[in-house]
Ligand binder design. Structure first.
Ligand code: SAH
Length: 342
């Protein structure tokens, strides 16, 4: 059965023709799914029962089940644990900023990239999410909070570029003027550095922001933290990032999680500055979020400040990420992990 919420309006129009329905049915159905955020065919009360029954026979309709919510007492950040129709679990995060509400979504249940500091990868990859399951996270949170989502970051569980086609379709649907119509400029996709897919994404010439999880300034160190570095060297990834900027004119974000005595030396800062200087980029320093199963520790404030200053003195654009939801297992995969342990 086809997954109806993953179809574009054009595809849905063709489907309605196939079913012998009039084309305006497609528009109605699309609106119910993507602006009125129906959670089932049953919600679509102004469509005839026989039409809804026909659709239910022909198509699957995804909906997330809320398993658990955690709200940060520090900053109001909320973390949601959702269950998919096959029982797999994913996490999404809602963050309130002055400039609007952001949702951080998962692109896969689990992850196969194996980063040493990350909780999402501990059980490996369960499966990739469908476009509708990515949309559902934004839709469910819009319904739960009653507030409009203005920014979407694909920085939850999973490697989005390891689920390339579904990610692209998700972006198409999310930015569609007949749907929530979120601007491409308000979407960020974070990758561990799959160089060929970065180039492919560049060639789509979208206006989304690309974030690269760098975390180490040279290959030997990066390989210890991120197995993907065995496949693509930093120089290959840097060339792909330069290509991305060339094609889109969008400045790249380099994410760098500071881990005490692992990647936070002055030498590391200088090497990172060397890489960053050659790109149109912005460096985001993130104090590593300690994960139970891992022994990594956050760099202290003095080290963080010194690290940042070296970058600044080299003329690199750098910020320190405000930690959100630190009291609620803010880092990727932590809530799911904790919940399955309980
Ligand atoms: N797979 C993608 C997106 C998901 S992770 C990627 O690698 O970019 C989103 C970001 O959180 C990445 O930069 C990732 O490296 C980082 N991250 C994961 N676990 C973390 C932790 N415990 N502390 C700090 N950052 C972490």
């Amino acid at each position: 059965m086809q997954d109806i919420k993953s179809l574009t309006l054009e595809e849905l129009i063709n489907e309605m023709k196939r079913l012998g329905e009039r084309p305006f049915r497609a528009k109605q159905m699309y609106q119910w799914m993507h602006t009125r955020l129906a959670r089932s065919f049953g919600d679509m009360t102004d469509l005839s029962l026989s039409f809804r029954e026909k659709c239910a026979e022909e198509y699957t309709f995804t909906a997330l089940k809320l398993v658990k919510t955690q709200e940060s007492a520090l900053d109001g950040t909320r973390k949601y644990l959702f269950e998919l129709s096959d029982g797999k679990r994913i996490e999404s995060v809602w963050m309130k900023y002055r400039h609007g509400n952001s949702v951080c979504i998962s692109s896969q249940a689990g992850c196969r990239m194996g980063c040493a500091f990350c909780a999402s990868t501990i059980g490996g990859l369960e499966r990739s999410l469908t476009p509708s399951e990515m949309l559902d996270q934004v839709y469910a949170i819009t319904l739960l909070t009653g507030e409009r989502v203005s920014n979407v970051v694909v920085m939850g569980m999973g490697e989005p570029l390891d689920n390339y086609d579904n990610l692209l379709r998700f972006i198409t649907l999310l930015t569609d003027e007949n749907g929530l119509h979120i601007s491409q400029r308000n979407i960020t996709v974070s990758t561990c550095g799959l160089a060929p897919e970065i180039r492919r994404l560049a060639d789509e010439k979208l206006q989304i922001t690309l974030a690269l999880s760098l975390h180490a300034p040279e290959d030997a160190k990066r390989k210890k933290l991120m197995p993907v570095a065995n496949k693509y060297s930093i120089s290959e990834v840097m060339e792909a990032c330069a290509w991305y900027f060339g094609q889109t004119k969008r400045r790249i974000t380099f994410e760098y999680s500071l881990i005490k005595d692992v990647n936070d030396s002055k030498e590391d800062a200088k090497m990172l500055a060397g890489l960053a200087k050659k790109q149109n980029c912005h460096v985001n320093l993130i104090p590593v979020n300690p994960v139970n199963e891992r022994s990594f520790v956050q760099s202290d404030t003095k080290t963080l400040t010194a690290f940042k200053k070296i970058l600044e003195d080299c003329g690199v654009n750098v910020t320190v990420r405000r930690e959100m939801g630190r009291d609620i297992d803010g880092a990727c995969g932590q809530l799911r992990r904790r919940y399955s342990e309980e």
